[in-house]
Design a protein around this ligand. Structure first.
Ligand code: DGL
Length: 264
């Protein structure tokens, strides 16, 4: 293993930055390549077949081009659909991002939790299994909030995002039967923690938001515990979309230590 071999963080857009933020704290010296499938964004409204094909095809090409030591699929939608098949074909460790139902179940006092993710994530058997395993005796209310994804992308481009717009996207969660008892909400899309201040204002200060970014960073740190890290050049980010659009995110990426943006 070369000390300069990167960790590749993959998402459909900027959501994976929430994972990168935690990874920076856990492994500040690790070289990172951030890959955004902007040409495929949003994943949440796509079919399982389309997401599986895009994610496994792109990660195969990226693994060959960049020779990462590990890939993190920093996207709940891609992970709940394609994690198994990507692991089957690539010979490097793949860390996925799956809804943090287990920690939320340990935190809820009312016993009623919310699950906010994309529509595609909400319908996955993977999520049914997590609920069956970790939310026994509790209520889990699901809501597919695809509309939060473009709001998070806009916020990171420096555009103004109103609390009202965020509230509109999540009100259907609270309006479900039992919704008033919610005290814990799982942010099961990596884009959503980017809107946590707006979500907090929209849903009330007494709701606890839970997401998996810190846990994912510790998992990566654990899997690479014997590795040495050395940066040969600056970390960079690649997009499958138009570079000019990606460059509108330059300040957001710079906040996470990435100053170089390229086309994949
Ligand atoms: N960030 C992705 C996730 O965690 C989804 C965003 C999208 O819809 O593309 O689910």
């Amino acid at each position: 293993m070369n000390a300069n071999s990167p960790i590749l963080i993959f998402d459909s857009g900027v959501g994976g930055l929430t994972v990168l933020g935690e990874l920076r704290k856990a492994l500040p010296d690790a070289p990172v390549i951030y890959a955004a499938d902007m040409a495929g964004l949003p994943y949440g409204a796509k079919s399982e077949a389309e997401i599986a094909a895009r994610v496994s095809g792109l990660l195969g090409r990226m693994a060959e081009r960049y020779r990462p030591r590990l890939i993190c699929i920093a996207c709940n939608t891609a992970s709940t659909i394609a994690l198994g098949m990507v692991r089957d074909v690539l010979e490097i460790p793949i860390v996925g991002t799956v809804p943090a139902i287990k920690p939320a179940a340990a935190l809820t006092r009312s016993g009623t939790m919310g699950l906010l993710g994309t529509e595609a994530t909400m319908r996955q058997v993977y999520v049914d299994n997590l609920e069956r395993e970790f939310a026994v005796g509790k209520t889990l209310l699901r809501h597919g909030a695809n509309g939060l994804v473009p709001l998070a992308e806009a916020k990171l481009r420096g555009e103004k995002v109103s609390v009202g717009a965020v509230a509109d996207e999540v009100k259907a969660l609270v309006l479900q039967p039992g919704g008033r008892d919610l005290d814990t909400v799982v942010l099961a899309c990596t884009h959503f923690p980017l809107l946590e201040p707006e979500l907090r204002e929209a849903m009330g200060a007494d709701i606890t938001f839970v997401h998996g970014a810190e846990g994912i960073a510790s998992r990566i740190a654990y899997l690479t515990r014997d590795h040495s890290f050395e940066r040969e050049g600056p970390d960079f980010a690649v997009t499958t979309g138009e570079l000019a659009d990606f460059e509108k995110l330059d300040r957001a990426f710079a906040n996470y230590g990435i100053e170089v943006l390229e086309k994949f």
